[in-house]
Ligand binder design. Sequence first.
Ligand SMILES: Cc1cc2nc3c(=O)[nH]c(=O)nc-3n(C[C@H](O)[C@H](O)[C@H](O)COP(=O)(O)OP(=O)(O)OC[C@H]3O[C@@H](n4cnc5c(N)ncnc54)[C@H](O)[C@@H]3O)c2cc1C
Length: 593
Amino acid sequence: MPTTSAPALLRGGEWLLQPSDADATFTPERTTEEHRLIAQTAKQFVENEVLPVLDRLEQKDWTLSRQLIKRAADLGLLGVDVPDTYGGVGLDKVSSLIVSERMAPSASFGATWGASANLTVIPIYLFGNEAQKKKYLPRLLSGEMVGAYGLSETGSGSDALGARTRAARQPDGSFVLNGEKMWITNGGFADLMVVFAKVDGEQFTAFLVERPYGVKSGKEEHKMGLHGSSTTALIFQDVHVPAENVLGEIGKGHKVAFNVLNFARFKLGAACAGGAYGVIGESAKYAANRRQFGQPIASFGAIKHKIGEMVCRTYAIESLLYRTAGLVDARMAAAEGAAEGAAALAAFEEYAVEASIAKVAGSEALDFVLDENIQIHGGNGYVKDYPAERHFRDARVNRIFEGTNEINRLLIPGMLVRRALKGDLALIPAARALQDELLGPPSMSSSDDALLGEERRAVETFKKVALMVLGVAMQTFGEKLTDQQEVLMHVADIVIDTYSAESAVLRATAASTRRAQRADLHVDAARVFVNDAAMRIDAAARQALAATTEGDTLRTMLAGLRRLLKVTPINTVALRRRLADEAVSRGAYPFAW
Ligand SMILES: Cc1cc2nc3c(=O)[nH]c(=O)nc-3n(C[C@H](O)[C@H](O)[C@H](O)COP(=O)(O)OP(=O)(O)OC[C@H]3O[C@@H](n4cnc5c(N)ncnc54)[C@H](O)[C@@H]3O)c2cc1C
């Protein structure tokens, strides 16, 4: 297993309470030769073997999907997270992130691959007993079997635990499943399914169900996008499942479902970033070649703004993904003596807030990039001759599956509050200390002339704003805070922008300190992101505070907010232009490697 040099071991969400060290933060610039090799393997596979046959996949040639799964297996792209004992290649989580990024340009096949390699392999690896792992993992990881994950039902999507599929316990210990799962990726041809059902109508439980047990597929859904991936209902009519195919414990299916989602959300964030890298290249090349009014449209400020912003938002997402993968790897490395599966499970649970951030921020940044890509393509963006419209349709579902972005936004402050109340995260003392600071005389903050000094200072104030808004909301609403979804959404937005901004600043700082290639562009991207994040955070905080307090208290809070958030605007026009010009001259995302 390649090791990433260990970042300081902050616990999940702890970055909100203390500064992070740029030197100890994992970034794409710190990837090893082995990371680059796996990146190259995945990239070449997608470019040479998947993209040329996308049209055939879109015509629902599932035999071809199976062949590609086998080929991905031969290249070691299915078993990145699983040790060789079970037929995997056992790489670190940075490699896992890299593979998800690199599979993304073939969105439809990426979904096929993900449903098997992530959503089926991971639950078996994490929750399967030795016999189940030995029986199924080698077959899944060699591509002999294709997997699917059956959680959602017509009446229970976000409310997954409300599933109505039943597993009736039989006298011999086996189960009979009845019910229907909806929108299941690989539903039309998967051989093995992780299926969630309620034992005797009550105990939510995961099962490993082979198709020959009697599972039927519904018709292929007519979707907005991802036409090259199979999505069907799975129908269970008196399907007999042996006793030994319970995955995990009876009544503990929620543990399987939620922990798998922590992994899956992080990887979905990675796939979104991977989609954005390539599309920025498409936009940049198109803008360089398309001429209007006698000049390339890339020379117009309005287009430079778009490309610059696409680069800047993608930079922040990429930075937070690598930072998080570094944290997960370090946590796993520190779990000496723990079995690797148990260490991975604990690490992803620890960084569940960061995984939700990666999912929400990644999917929304990608949709922004794809929307602007269509706009840059003008009429050509709206017709099928160019890939822009396919990308746009394919990506929209990212905000819906693996927990909708609303559910993930609610989870972010929800998990922080839960950890604070359990005493796992010192959020409450930090919020109290901030209150004292705000009641005291203002401190004379001098400007920091060091490179990115102002941005580092700004990020520290973002954290204080997050603490202030969440602290006041907890104090005001107490246990009823969960009813205040609009306030929680604003808090989530502040937390997401804060983690993104800090990740960008840490990476740019490290790039400058280590004199990385074009470190100046790293600095530009981080500065633009922080500048704009300050405005978004200010708006979100005002809305949340006004919905939480009123009268003199609100006025005091707003004065506190003004005192904290003193970020002088910078000339982002010049910086975005530089980022855009670099993308156009390279015909690629400037930080691509
Ligand atoms: C192409 C595709 C592939 C899929 N693949 C799979 C798969 O392989 N396996 C699988 O199990 N599922 C899969 N799904 C299903 C997917 O996970 C669900 O669609 C998703 O979880 C949302 O559930 P839902 O569609 O029932 O929406 P709903 O839960 O009905 O949500 C509708 C809206 O209400 C909001 N909402 C719901 N509850 C709340 C709440 N408590 N507070 C605030 N807002 C709320 C949601 O955010 C959303 O905006 C897939 C879906 C698609 C489209």
